[in-house]
Design a protein around this ligand. Structure first.
Ligand SMILES: Nc1ncnc2c1ncn2[C@@H]1O[C@H](COP(=O)(O)OP(=O)(O)OP(=O)(O)O)[C@@H](O)[C@H]1O
Length: 738
């Protein structure tokens, strides 16, 4: 399905010649880029575990293989595999929804030269769940790399990292894997990671610096923190190991974590070597934080710096000074998170809200590009379309999260009646004396909760029977997620220990650490800690970085960029602004089944999947397709939430005027082997007929001599070829672009 042989079947094809496959998207975008000399983006949408990252890897593999790289080999197949190995190790972790879930958002950009070959590449990352190293939902794990390192079999390295005797307790819950086969696999993954880092030109010293920082985080977890009295480590012997690995003294580490200096004294010129402010009596001038929160802050600050550094090291390996013409951006963000789908009864966390908010914003972009702009075009052409009732996708749940008060620049607390989203409310409730979780939830409901006279299901916000909980309807109220706001106000508080982490690394007496981090706090790294990878190795990469910085420095952002909650919105703004400048191709990935539903459909879940078609199966009913079971209700709710049906109907009605190519741009992708059988039933699910005949039966092989061709009329009864007049540009003579 994803072999090189199959790739060559797609090479040079036009969209109408290709069957639904992830390579169709890659080939279509690549061809459009060459034809129009315009930047392209491929944005993957869907639930956690629906196959976005796997699809991204197939996209990159296709482009790297088919387009080829210029002589400099900046983006060889070996390098992109190494890139994903590194990012997966440091940025992924097992969650209840996915055994290898991505915990950060990324834009992987491939820059192409005149000849259509990859000339350089870069990656920008944002929204890393950095607090996961210290705290995470129960039954979830930390980042993969900790398990790999703890399983490493190199005795010299283990001794250097003080891993020969591991602590019995770790407040971060970072513990080695217990099953021998898991340990063995993790040790193999560690070797694979080391090899990948080597491919990316990360030197042995640079690698060692990474292991030291990771081991220091582990030992900080073992050191723990006092629960009452003076803020300090609970077990100093482990803190001593952490300090040694970071290249500082125990006093320096302790000061950076617990003794926070008065506001304004943490200037760049200040060094821990000059000694902490001795008169500092704990954190009297800063936010009220417990000793545990201070240690957590340092651990997540160190991890965030390490992750930012790794992204720069990866970009160093991918950059080139060669001229590029256009870029292809592949956007992968953590999918929709819903603990209920993972079979858990806990409320969703703040991080999960941030990921869901990002997905909603991307869906809103899909809505804008697919419907709003298309309808405007139809209007210009005087084509009547019955799409008046089209509601904006995701706007409601987006507003609940990020809507700014009109007075955002003025103190909005002075205008309590003016509605503003959760991120703004969090900021206010965190500073207001006596702010509580109850007050936060009540204020949210007063602005966005169901009002008298509202139709049922109109409000995106619903009350839960549990205190501090609320339900938010994502994806057009098809995906209700129950959140628990306990502890969320802390996300709005600055954690001085987290802010001290970069300087601790820059001042390290271990040269292998300080050399890597020294000079990284300059202006080029303004967005460090939120957006990483802005160094810019090529002209196009610099342009992207400049555009992202601009998002943080204009309008309300300029004033609010220091607010941790508003930074979340700004990061997503930067992501969307970057994509918006290109021609966007969307890939909708669908989750075929969910752990929480398989064999045990829960009434609450079923109730939340609204449906009206006569094709409805009883809630939670499954059907077999190929080798995997499909949860029809779950699939239907995802299709409805993503507005795929509306997009298809619009294509049908638009006919000759539709700018959709003959193959709709919205075919969903499911993990193989589900995808083909599922696609065969998609029109039935969607209420369209007849069934398409272009799909091979399960098991039927695709022959290279007869590329997977599609008879569009079978899928869409009224297609008329629509050729879009455009400039004829030179295409590489080897026919790469078809
Ligand atoms: N096309 C495919 N063929 C085989 N397996 C697949 C395919 N796509 C996804 N999978 C499997 O599904 C699982 C989840 O995939 P993946 O991690 O890509 O999901 P995701 O949407 O990126 O999730 P998240 O949003 O949590 O990062 C993985 O185990 C992956 O191997």
């Amino acid at each position: 399905m994803y072999s090189e042989k199959v790739m060559h079947m797609f090479k040079g094809c036009r969209r109408e010649e290709m069957a639904p496959h992830i390579y169709t998207v890659a080939q279509t975008a690549y061809r459009a880029m060459l034809m129009n000399r315009q930047d392209q983006s491929i944005v993957l949408l869907g639930s956690s575990g629906s196959g976005k990252t796997a699809s991204c890897q197939h996209l990159v593999q296709y482009l790297a293989t088919i387009a080829g790289t210029s002589g400099n080999k900046v983006f060889s197949v070996e390098k992109w595999q190494a890139l994903y190995t590194v990012l997966e190790a440091f940025g992924n972790s097992p969650t209840i929804m996915n055994g290898n879930a991505t915990r950060f958002s990324q834009i992987l950009s491939l820059d192409f030269d005149q000849a259509g070959q990859v000339s350089s590449a870069s990656v920008q990352t944002m929204l890393l769940e950095k607090l996961r190293v210290a705290r995470r939902p129960s039954s979830e794990a930390t980042f993969n790399v900790f398990y790999y390192l703890l399983a490493c079999g190199d005795s010299t390295l283990r001794t250097e990292l003080h891993f020969n005797h591991l602590a019995e307790n770790n407040i971060f819950g970072i513990v080695p894997l217990s099953k021998p086969e898991e340990k063995q696999k993790a040790a193999q993954q560690f070797s694979k990671l080391q090899a990948a880092m080597k491919v990316l030109g990360i030197s042995p010293d640079e690698q060692k610096a990474c292991w030291f920082i990771l081991a220091a985080i582990y030992h900080l977890g073992a050191a723990g923190a006092t629960k009452a009295g003076r803020k300090q480590f609970a077990r100093h012997e482990w803190a001593q190991k952490a300090a040694y690995l970071l290249g500082c003294s125990l006093e320096e580490l302790s000061s950076a974590i617990f003794k926070h200096q008065p506001k304004g004294s943490l200037q760049r010129s200040t060094s821990f070597r000059q000694g902490p402010e001795e008169n500092s009596s704990g954190d009297a001038t800063g936010p009220k934080l417990s000793a545990l929160e201070c240690v957590e802050g340092m651990a997540s600050g160190l991890y965030s710096e390490l992750f930012t550094l790794l992204v720069s090291l990866v970009n160093r390996a991918l950059k080139s000074s060669q001229n590029s013409l256009c870029s292809m951006m592949i956007v992968d963000t953590p999918g929709f998170q819903n603990p209920e789908l993972g079979g858990s009864a806990r409320g969703a966390s703040f991080e999960e809200l941030c990921h869901n908010y990002t997905q909603d914003r991307l869906q809103a972009l899909f809505h804008e590009r697919t419907f709003v702009q298309e309808l405007e075009r139809y209007k210009e052409e005087n084509v009547e379309l019955a799409f008046d009732d089209l509601e904006p996708a995701g706007v409601d749940s987006v507003a609940v999260v990020d809507q700014a008060s009109h007075q955002a620049l003025v103190r909005s607390l002075a205008r309590p009646e003016e509605s503003r989203g959760l991120l703004w409310l969090l900021e206010e409730e965190a500073v207001v004396p006596g702010g509580t979780d109850e007050a936060l939830v009540e204020r949210l409901f007063s602005y966005y909760g169901p009002q008298e006279g509202d139709k049922k299901g109109q409000s995106p916000l619903l009350r839960s029977s549990k205190p501090h909980h609320f339900l938010l309807g994502h994806s057009h109220n098809t995906n209700w997620v129950e959140y628990n706001v306990e502890g969320w106000r802390n996300y709005a508080k600055q954690n001085p220990a987290m802010q001290n982490a970069p300087r601790l690394l820059q001042d390290s007496q271990k040269k292998i650490i300080s050399n890597l981090f020294a000079g990284r706090a300059g202006s080029a790294m303004v967005l460090s800690g939120s957006i990483a990878g802005l160094e810019g190795g090529s002209q196009l990469a610099l342009r992207r970085a400049t555009s992202m910085r601009k998002t943080f420095t204009t309008g309300v952002a300029a004033v609010k960029k220091k607010s941790l909650c508003i930074q979340i919105k700004l990061q997503v703004d930067a992501l969307i602004d970057t994509i918006r400048k290109s021609k966007v191709h969307f890939v909708h990935c669908l989750l075929p089944v969910a752990e929480g539903w398989v064999g045990e459909p829960r009434s609450a879940s079923s109730r939340r999947v609204s449906s009206s078609s006569e094709l409805d199966l009883p809630p939670g009913e499954h059907c077999e397709a190929g080798l995997l079971p499909l949860d029809i209700a779950l699939l239907r709710s995802q299709i409805r939430g993503s507005r795929l049906l509306d997009a298809l109907r619009m294509y049908r009605q638009g006919g000759p005027f539709s700018s959709f190519p003959l193959t709709p741009p919205v075919l969903p992708f499911l993990p193989w082997p589900v995808s083909l059988p599922f696609l065969a039933s998609f029109p039935a699910l969607a209420g369209l007929s007849p069934l398409p005949r272009f799909l091979p039966c399960p098991g039927q092989s695709l022959s290279p001599s007869s590329p997977p061709s599609l008879e569009p009329s079978l899928f869409f009864p009224t297609p008329v070829p629509f050729s879009c007049p455009g400039p004829t540009l030179s295409i590489p003579s080897d026919g790469r672009a078809g």
